[in-house]
Design a protein around this ligand. Sequence first.
Ligand code: KDG
Ligand code: MG
Length: 416
Amino acid sequence: MSIQRLDVIVTSPGRNFVTLKITTSDGIVGWGDGTLNGRELAVASYLRDHVAPTLVGRNESAIEQTWQYLYRSPYWRRGPVTMAAVAAVDMALWDIAAKKAGEPLYKLLGGASRTGLMAYVHASGSTIERLNDAVAGYVDQGFQAVRIQSGVPGLGQIYGVHDAAPGAAYEYEPAGRPATDGSEPAALRPTEETWDTAAYLRHLPSVFAAVREQFGGELRLLHDGHHRMSPIEAAKLAKAIEPYDPFWLEDCTPGEDQSALRLVRQHSVTPLAIGEVFNSVHDYQTLITERLIDYVRSSTTHAGGITGLRQIMTFAGIYGIRSGFHGPTDVSPVGMAANLHLGLAIHNFGIQEYMPHSATALEVFRTSYSVDGGMLHPGETPGLGVELDEQAAAAHEYVPAYLPVNRLRDGSVHDW
Ligand code: KDG
Ligand code: MG
């Protein structure tokens, strides 16, 4: 038996997704996620033009060998486009292997190490009051861990902050469909937001204080700095929120500067999480060996699939570092399922981000994972447990959408 066909499906049920379908000569179908927010068509072309032609006729069960072949043979290693494409192939092959075995994928990865995966959800509000209302909604649903993001006085819309209607799901999609700039032919521009780190640093400790005051000490509170601080600013924030016992501070500095976290560590015991923009184990080398982080933020989709992320977690496990896999809506339900199977199997699971997909997206992707009392489970369906409905997918054409650009008040472009 061998790989017979590879099809790349780009669909946009409310947001864009890149899905790879691999069909074997005996008719088994495997699905993989290659979604790269704002750069979807680059991955689609990489898969269609450069990967698919080289895989037809190969043994579909040689998963590790195929991973190494795709990683090493092009000469150009790593990078988000390459590793999202590798991820899509890797997930589809694991899906096929588990379907052939008639088992949910986690059983091929060593079996369950736990009964379920603690999830954290996104609460946000333009004001502290609205944020607290959002947190209360999640606590009522049984969630034990909540990411808190709030507006900053003096700033307008900022990334990751959205006022949901009371009781409504957090349906915030950070990649906006860009406006045209009025030129002819029209050029598409990402939206722009204004940022001020000093204002943010002054405000955030009061946000933690208010949420702790309302919900007590047990609820796990997380916060995402979205790469916006310099090392000394990040150290200042990590130290300032320490009294409120944060579960983690995420992306406090730009991830590619690994040694920046040495300075943060010198000043604070706030746990640190980083890695959603990383795509290989090498991006973590200093962070892991020097124990500069507590949680690995990669997802299967952006870190070379189950095989790539498993490598990272094995390395991290030696240093007692746990998982906090990236699970935003731009990881498709296929990638989410891959995260869940891996998280259930590994010893050093920590927490799983959970940002539910919209009802429209879930009409295209039929899932069998579940969330109950704040705990996620991948389900017992053979394979990954997610199937794409190709007819439903075809009804949603690709629409360009980009993450916003962040600028300081003087107009200079800032990390966001
Ligand atoms: O594509 C970018 C988003 O996935 C990212 O900004 C979401 O920071 C994020 C998070 O922690 O989920
Ligand atoms: Mg993040």
